[in-house]
Design a protein around this ligand. Structure first.
Ligand code: ADP
Ligand code: MG
Length: 352
């Protein structure tokens, strides 16, 4: 059998591993549960994709977003590796067919949303398959103490106990101590190998610009930009308004938020560089593998330090210099703290 280095070269064309990748891969091959906390762009996918190729059976990857699954599946297919995804847009018949293909067609990867795992058709079929291991991508979604909480992630352990208990790997770029403990407990990881690299991103420069003229500041940042840009705002309305304001200034940008239609077209246009500036809410970006993002701008304050690290971390995945900038005015702190307070009922109401 090929060594891990040979497989790396053969399928990915890379000559060497990134920090920690090799250790993680060896732990998985040796059948251990693994918890890997590597920065955005650190190369987490390869950590399970490579050992999966060396192991008998199919690897199930639990992933929170359709765009993310499709992205990974098409990248694997381009390497000639058989991978498929099952998402909420598919009919029962399509899912049935997909699972048949997986079983008889020698597939190596099945990407699936956590909600799907609970369904009977999955549980029945999985019992008949040889499963190499289970990967929980964006594992911070397990914890209500983290951001992007997804309740179905909490059912994964139960699912795991139904199908023969293969090794489990949890992956994320951000987890506080509390979230880390929650992930390990919820997934019932057994004596997991904890692998973590530094959060330091040497090619990113962080800055905060205080200004009472946000539009002017943003305009000049966008005019002088190369590569791709993501500009984060907190509401759908603000995204739409800013794109319109920029248009009047002669700057072309698109917006993306939870209510956008044709999301995959928007992502394609942005990724291909046809529309390099994306104005978006936090709905945009998770797991999108785009190397040449030169700047991430927050024109509204982010909701937490963890989300800031994730969002800003989308800049410079190609390891070349990139900027993460917060553009803020005096009012922002007031706005964010009142939004926070407004999300709670008043004390007298609770008492009542
Ligand atoms: P994340 O940790 O954010 O999930 P990805 O798995 O999407 O990161 O990888 C980010 C990028 O790094 C991808 O384009 C991938 O091909 C590249 N990459 C991963 N491992 C290596 C490596 N050993 N050498 C060079 N590039 C790598
Ligand atoms: Mg990833």
């Amino acid at each position: 059998m090929d060594t891990t280095k040979e497989i790396l070269k053969k399928y990915w064309g890379f000559d060497s591993f990134r920090p920690k990748q090799e250790g993680i891969i060896n732990d998985l091959i040796n059948g251990k549960d693994v918890f890997a906390l590597l920065p955005t762009g650190g190369g987490k996918s390869l950590c399970y994709q490579l050992p999966a190729l060396m192991k008998e059976g199919i690897t199930i990857v639990i992933s929170p977003l359709i765009s993310l699954m499709q992205d990974q599946v098409s990248q694997l297919n381009q390497k000639g590796i058989k991978a498929i995804c099952v998402n909420s847009g598919m009919s029962y018949r399509e899912i049935d067919n997909a699972l048949d293909n997986v079983r008889y067609g020698d597939y190596k990867f099945l990407y699936v949303s956590p909600e799907r795992l609970q369904t009977k058709i999955f549980i029945e079929r999985f019992k008949l398959m040889k499963i190499g291991f289970i990967v929980v991508d964006e594992a911070h979604c397990i914890s209500q103490w983290g951001h992007d909480f997804r309740p179905a992630y909490r059912q994964i352990a139960q699912f795991h106990s139904i199908i023969n208990k293969p090794p489990v790997m949890a992956l994320t770029a951000t987890a506080t101590q509390r979230v880390k403990a929650d992930i390990i407990a919820s997934l019932e990881l057994e004596d997991p190998q904890l692998i973590q690299t530094s959060f330091f991103r040497p090619n990113l420069s962080y800055q905060v610009i205080h200004t009472e003229n946000k539009l002017g500041t943003i305009r000049s940042m966008l005019k002088n930009s190369s590569g791709n840009t993501i500009l984060y705002l907190r509401t759908r309305k603000h995204c739409e308004t800013l794109v319109e304001q920029l248009r009047m200034e002669g700057i072309h940008a698109r917006y993306f938020h939870g209510g956008s239609s044709k999301k995959s077209e928007l992502i394609d246009d942005w990724q291909s560089g046809r529309e390099p500036i994306m104005v978006a809410t936090s709905a945009f970006g998770m797991g999108i593998d785009q190397a040449n993002v030169r700047q991430v701008i927050h024109a509204a304050l982010p909701e937490s330090i963890e989300s800031y690290y994730q969002e800003a971390g989308r800049a410079g995945r190609d390891e070349r210099p990139a900027k993460a900038t917060i553009v803020t005015s005096a009012r922002d702190v007031q706005v964010i703290s009142s939004q926070f307070m407004d999300s709670f009922p008043r004390a007298d109401l609770v008492r009542q």
